[in-house]
Design a protein around this ligand. Structure first.
Ligand SMILES: CC(C)(COP(=O)(O)OP(=O)(O)OC[C@H]1O[C@@H](n2cnc3c(N)ncnc32)[C@H](O)[C@@H]1OP(=O)(O)O)[C@@H](O)C(=O)NCCC(=O)NCCS
Length: 170
């Protein structure tokens, strides 16, 4: 049986959880998660383009026992990190993995000198908004009709990053 460690909020997480930079060979797994997570999923080409052509882009995968169970990405511009997407495989949600993943993205952003982090989230996506609030994000405005599939508004959220967190481990 895999041993466990205490994660953020005291939840038990397997110690075989690994974070690493996303690679091209991860794209098929990422697209599976993307399709179950989003109504307008990014294509494989979009991820390949991010990994090969976008020098501002940093993408990370979260692995459990050799399987990709989540991923997240951001653009780091000046001292601001803009989260582009974050998702956890459906069967692994609600167990603290999303929180670990976002914390890892925040630490990575701090490591690269970022002072703030921002993202857009559907106004109806209360689960994600709760996660973001828990990790320091506050709403700062709305982009009306931002999501073209249903014309839904996006809530814009920002977090100040704590530079002391760069070297911390959960
Ligand atoms: C959003 C997402 C990444 C969260 O990942 P997760 O592993 O389920 O989240 P965690 O178990 O780490 O929960 C962390 C916090 O998120 C919030 N949360 C998670 N699931 C929730 C639920 N079902 N209802 C309400 N809040 C929830 C809570 O604040 C929770 O902290 P708490 O348990 O101490 O209350 C995941 O649900 C997901 O992949 N969703 C689909 C893709 C998506 O919407 N991405 C965000 C786009 S902006």
């Amino acid at each position: 049986m895999a041993s466990v460690q205490r994660g953020e909020g005291g939840r038990l997480l397997p110690d075989s959880l690994v974070f690493r930079a996303m690679r091209l060979e991860d794209v098929p797994s990422i697209c599976q998660i993307e399709q179950e997570a989003f109504t307008s999923p990014w294509t494989a080409e979009a991820f390949i383009n991010e990994l090969t052509n976008n020098h501002f882009a940093r993408y990370m995968v979260m692995m459990l026992d050799e399987d990709v169970i989540g991923y997240g990405g951001m653009w780091t511009i000046m001292d601001e990190a803009h989260i582009t997407n974050i998702a956890v495989r459906h069967d692994y949600r609600g167990r603290g993995f999303g929180e670990r993943l976002l914390l890892e993205l925040q630490r990575t952003a701090v490591f690269f000198g970022m002072n703030r982090m921002t993202l857009e989230v559907r106004v109806s996506n209360e689960q994600a908004q709760r996660l973001y609030r828990k990790l320091g994000f506050t709403p700062s405005g709305v982009r009306p009709g931002y999501y073209s599939d249903n014309n839904e508004d996006a809530l814009i959220m920002w977090a100040e990053l704590d530079n002391r967190r760069a070297g911390e481990r959960a």
